[in-house]
Design a protein around this ligand. Structure first.
Ligand SMILES: [Zn+2]
Length: 364
């Protein structure tokens, strides 16, 4: 397991820490296209795919979701051979343009940090223990980091509601939820409120995959402390204090992490597993649990989310897109560490029912 631990600071006037993110890149193997049954489109790399998982509803937003897949076989040898350290950012953009053009858009068009003025790559490079700009190979090892973190920069800027760029064709601009996130200036505003995601550390599901304690045990939720940690009443704004807006933002970026791993699958070193699938599975589980906790303990929050077509579309889009890439990487060596267990947790019938309620509210 090769984890890079990156501290993400979202773009806010108050520089609120989003968390120390376990992020990895890379993946192994990729498949060619095949014609699917039942109108399911299993396109070749570089072409559109949709609805390949049994966990999506082909009659609803999630099952209808389609996007052009990255092309992991697009040649980048010349770009690697021509690498110049001073042009490391352009190198990242160029290899993404070749294999995952939307990732290139996120890196290229993400605004610089409002406080430091640094571009999104420069901002995160500071947190590496050794400088990855020294070689093309080192930069390529962290492609997932660049796309994920630049994706945050791209979304969390210059908007009055909440922007979620899904791909080159779809951007959802939802009316931000208040409550937990309203401690951040950009989310200040009237209800509907949302509750801190740290509440998930006390729900009925947390015991099925409890947070890691140190020394780290092998089978625990390594994302819990990073994303759900903190005390909502201690006066500090911590990662777990973030509410629904940013829970969904994280889920959006973890699909991008997996898409990037898919795009650069050929660079994975043999026999080493990464958390490419674990990240989005963890967040699909968190989103389900957030909806469940909202419905059972904070019904006004649940009602507000399901009453809003934009939130419904976002939840179902992330669900559909997530499963598209999870299917594409299913059974591929090296893409997951805890993914089998996490997939079982996500498939809990009650939790799947929460997604079904979103579909029903959407008229599916
Ligand atoms: Zn993130």
């Amino acid at each position: 397991m090769r984890n890079l631990f990156i501290t993400l600071t979202l773009i806010t006037a108050t520089s609120v820490a989003c968390g120390t993110e376990p992020v990895t890149n890379m993946g192994a193997g990729f498949d060619g296209g095949a014609a699917g049954a039942d109108g399911v489109s299993v396109g070749a790399d570089g072409t559109a795919r949709s609805g390949t998982s049994a966990l999506v509803d082909k009659g609803c937003v999630d099952g209808k979701f389609a996007e052009t897949f990255p092309n992991p076989s697009a040649p980048i040898d010349d770009l690697i051979a021509g690498y110049k350290q001073a042009d490391h950012r352009q190198f990242v953009i160029d290899v993404l343009k070749a294999r995952y053009p939307f990732g290139a858009t996120l890196v290229q068009d993400a605004p610089n940090h409002p406080n430091t003025g640094e571009d999104c790559i420069k901002y995160f490079i500071k947190q590496f223990s050794s400088d990855p700009t020294v070689s093309a190979q080192a930069m390529l090892k962290s492609m997932g980091v660049w796309v994920h973190e630049c994706g945050h920069f791209y979304d969390v800027s210059g908007f009055s509601g909440k922007k979620y760029a899904i791909n080159g064709a779809i951007t959802l601009n939802c009316k931000a939820m208040g409550g937990a996130d309203s401690k951040l200036p950009m989310y200040a505003g009237p209800a509907p409120t949302s509750f801190p995601r740290s509440f998930l550390t006390k729900d009925k599901y947390v015991s099925k995959h409890p947070g890691c304690t140190y020394p780290k045990q092998p089978d625990c939720d390594g994302y819990l402390q990073t994303y759900l940690g903190g005390d909502p009443d201690n006066g500090k704004f911590e990662s777990g204090d973030q509410g629904f807006n940013l829970l969904m933002e994280e889920a959006v970026q973890y699909v991008n992490s997996l898409a990037t791993a898919y795009a650069f699958a050929d660079l994975k070193s043999g026999g080493v597993s990464h958390t490419d699938r674990d990240g989005i599975l963890n967040f699909l589980w968190y989103v389900e649990r957030y909806l469940h906790l909202a419905r059972t303990a904070h019904p006004e929050v649940h009602k507000a989310i399901l009453a809003d077509a934009c939130w419904r579309e976002l939840i179902l889009t992330v669900w559909g897109r997530g499963w598209l890439y999870l299917e594409a990487t299913k059974d591929k060596a090296g893409f997951g560490i805890q993914d089998k267990k996490l997939e079982g947790l996500v498939k809990d019938p009650v939790l799947l029912g929460e997604i079904e309620l979103v579909r029903a509210a959407h008229g599916c």
